[in-house]
Design a protein around this ligand. Sequence first.
Ligand SMILES: C[S@@+](CC[C@H](N)C(=O)[O-])C[C@H]1O[C@@H](n2cnc3c(N)ncnc32)[C@H](O)[C@@H]1O
Length: 343
Amino acid sequence: MTIRLEEGVGAGGEGLSVASALPQTGLELYQFLKKADVESKARVKFPEITRTVDQAYSSQRATYLQSPTKENLTKLASAIGFAGAFNFIEDMQPICKDGTVDGTIFPFVKLGPPAAVQVLEIAKITATDNVLELFSGVGYFTFFLALSSPQVLDCVDLYSCQTHDLESTFTNAYASIFSELSEIVRPTVTKPGFIQADCEALPNFEQDASFQHHYNKVLLHPPYGRESRKIVDLSEAQAFTLWLKSLASLSKANGQGAFQTYSTVPSEWAETVIQSMRDQQVDCAGTIRVLKDKLGISSQGVTAEESIAESQWANLLPLFATAQAHTIKSRKIGISVLTTEAA
Ligand SMILES: C[S@@+](CC[C@H](N)C(=O)[O-])C[C@H]1O[C@@H](n2cnc3c(N)ncnc32)[C@H](O)[C@@H]1O
């Protein structure tokens, strides 16, 4: 068999020799990248997703060895990227502005690696996507999004930009996970832009230089009331409303053109939106009553801060008309990814 490298792959078939020296299986890659004798929590808890991630690596390596094109090398580096993030992102060290490591609050609110992998399977991000992440926190999920190599990646949070050094957190995590690898197979990442803003009141993107004029894929991981006390004190209904308000604010802010949203939320939230649309429950207070019924909380007295203005609600209706819920595997509460499409 003649093996011909495409231009730019690396002089003297460097990519090929590096790839053939790489471990053969996902498990061996995990052991190769592992620094200390610490088991990956994601591997132990989610064997099925582990198999998918391992398999993607080993088959991509085999494909590249068979057909060593530049495209296959990029795909191999990408599979290595997701395997690295899946196994080791839980050890990411969130760096504070004063240089200390935050080992307390944020590890509890991150989007865990198994959920991150499943959300990305649904969102199918490509190199031509302009991606916006709302409620990005200290950037655990951001790390996965950056490894998907979209054209643009901007990330919004109201608090973390002020308190945390997000760029150093990101750069250090990348170096600590992938530094053992030869540069030629290191995954490419899109450098995230970290923007401090209130997701409930996003500025018009065309008029604000921090943002792109338009994003075609938007991913949201808002706080859930049941666990938000660790960050901000919100009841479940208030957290649900914050999510709705962010979607409404996004619809208004996001320039001209079609876009899709992917919200990782408790399954009751996703079911509430779908049920409200089916029952033609078209005001926010009514929708919150549906949520409260689902959660077994008294539906009486939906307070003003739990409700949203009619104009915002009107922005949501076209999105919710296309809403679909995808349940994902999770060990804690039931989680769904609610997707919407706006023309
Ligand atoms: C569930 S956490 C997100 C964690 C993140 N996805 C990760 O994997 O690290 C929710 C985030 O929402 C942020 N937040 C809460 N209210 C907000 C608001 N009104 N606008 C923007 N961000 C907000 C909090 O600071 C917190 O980081």
